[in-house]
Design a protein around this ligand. Structure first.
Ligand SMILES: Cc1cc2nc3c(=O)[nH]c(=O)nc-3n(C[C@H](O)[C@H](O)[C@H](O)COP(=O)(O)OP(=O)(O)OC[C@H]3O[C@@H](n4cnc5c(N)ncnc54)[C@H](O)[C@@H]3O)c2cc1C
Length: 308
């Protein structure tokens, strides 16, 4: 990966936490209004899952060819690779049966993946999946996020199932350092939380009085009928936690579209944080990306190899 282009800003890569565990995070603090409404100011990102690879499993397969090919020595490569890089390299090398001593060894993996990017053979990157928890992001952001279909899986907090007890909000960066906009934000989310509770209570009362439109056979469905109605007052700035699994090809496309200078500010912050985590543990797969410092103090990424 190249250096950030503006070296006067602190290096954002240093903000990555928990790197020693192999599962990086960028956490996000929780704040409360004077009335006790919870809110966050930045996307929280936690890597939950990455590939686990056992190339020794190739042994019986590699031993089944002419011994002159020396395929089994493929397993003796002395240079370990991060699991996603290793998995994609094995998958790619299977395509050409590149198991002989003349193959590209792990120490030259950067060159191997440069060829993949040059030739646009990004399908091998689809083998490595990474799952994140994203929190401290608004419903506006997740509406944009879930537009990314290919190679992505989503599980999002249900506003129908959960009650107002887990209601939190997200303050946009534009409000945070402006006393007037910040005060308006706090008042607005207090009001939204209050209105939500008031509507939910009113609906429960009507349910008990026998309202037909709010009736249901099961207890859970009764609750859903209340919450699916009460959520109509919640603003776009309501927090919408989500678990997202994507393969490397899909994550790259997401970052190219969303950690992009033209992307919306909040989703750009999210995409950039996810990029920092992935680049920290899989540097070879993202080494063509460079970090760009933008005039508003935020960051984007760019690459000469989009949409491999
Ligand atoms: C700055 C910005 C502004 C935007 N503004 C708007 C807007 O005003 N309104 C709006 O509705 N959306 C908007 N979008 C969303 C955008 O149109 C895409 O829906 C979103 O970025 C997902 O991109 P994608 O389809 O390439 O991604 P994915 O769904 O992840 O797809 C990845 C790639 O797979 C291929 N692919 C996926 N599905 C299909 C398919 N069904 N058929 C053929 N090929 C497929 C395509 O090559 C695609 O690029 C905006 C996005 C950005 C970044």
């Amino acid at each position: 990966m190249q250096e950030p282009s503006d070296t006067t800003n602190p290096d954002p890569r240093e903000s990555v936490e928990s790197l020693e565990t192999g599962y990086p995070t960028l956490s996000s603090s929780v704040f409360t209004t004077p009335e006790g409404t919870y809110y966050l100011k930045a996307p929280g990102v936690a890597l939950l899952s990455k590939p686990a690879v056992n190339i020794a499993g190739l042994a019986a397969f590699l031993e089944g060819f002419d011994s002159k090919l020396q395929f089994p020595q493929y397993l003796n490569d002395a240079s370990p690779l991060p699991s996603g890089t290793q998995l994609c390299k094995v998958a790619g090398q299977l395509c050409y049966a590149s198991f002989t001593p003349k193959r590209t060894k792990n120490e030259n993996a950067p060159r191997y993946f440069q060829n993949i990017k040059d030739s646009g053979h990004g399908s091998v990157l689809e083998h490595a999946n990474f799952s994140f928890l994203f929190y401290g992001i608004s419903r506006s952001v997740t509406h944009e996020l879930v537009r990314h279909r290919a190679g992505m899986a989503y599980s999002q907090l249900s506003q129908r199932y959960v009650s107002g007890t887990v209601l939190r909000f997200v303050e946009r960066p534009e409000y945070q350092d402006d006393p007037e906009l910040h005060t308006l934000f706090e008042r607005r989310i207090d009001r939204a939380a209050h209105d939500y509770e008031a509507i939910a209570e009113g609906l429960v009362a009507r349910q008990k009085q026998g309202s037909t439109i709010l009736s249901a056979d099961a207890r859970t469905d009764l609750r859903k009928k209340v919450q699916q109605t009460a959520r109509s007052v919640l603003p776009n700035e309501t927090e919408a936690p989500i678990v997202v699994t994507g393969n490397v090809r899909a994550w790259r496309h997401f970052m190219e579209m969303r950690a992009n200078p033209h992307a919306e500010t909040e989703i750009r912050a999210l995409a950039f944080r996810a990029y920092l985590c992935l680049a920290a543990i899989e540097p070879i797969l993202f080494e063509d990306y460079s970090i760009v410092s933008l005039s508003d103090g935020t960051f984007a990424v760019e690459t000469q190899y989009p949409k491999v």
